[in-house]
Design a protein around this ligand. Structure first.
Ligand code: SF4
Length: 101
């Protein structure tokens, strides 16, 4: 496939819903630092979940993350919860990687 074909076949998604995200400026709650400890992850994700609970685009966000196999915390859902719901990460690591078979 030529480069021009790639350009014309690219799928564009409507991400205007992100303008209404309640998590703007709170990236540190939604994505882990390297080598994050389990207890720290639990605290971070609990804080992220509370932000998502009041977000007006929660359902759209969760569907986007599930469809696009996103990493991090989206739509009130952690990577583990998304994985358990059947929406697997493309390149799982850690416990999830050992359970993919
Ligand atoms: S549901 Fe949560 S992660 Fe998604 S846009 Fe809203 S606050 Fe951000």
């Amino acid at each position: 496939m030529a480069a021009v074909d790639v350009v014309f076949h690219r799928t564009f998604t409507d991400d205007r819903w992100m303008n209404s995200a309640a998590c703007k400026g709170l990236t540190h709650l939604f994505f882990p630092l390297p080598a994050e400890r389990p207890q720290a992850r639990d605290r971070r994700e609990a804080a992220a979940k509370s932000v998502c609970a009041s977000c007006t685009v929660n359902a759209t966000c969760r569907e986007f993350a599930r469809t696009n196999h996103e990493y991090g915390f989206w739509g009130g859902e952690s990577e583990d919860e998304r994985h358990a719901a059947g929406f697997r990460l493309i390149a799982p690591i850690g416990v999830r990687a050992r359970n993919v078979g």
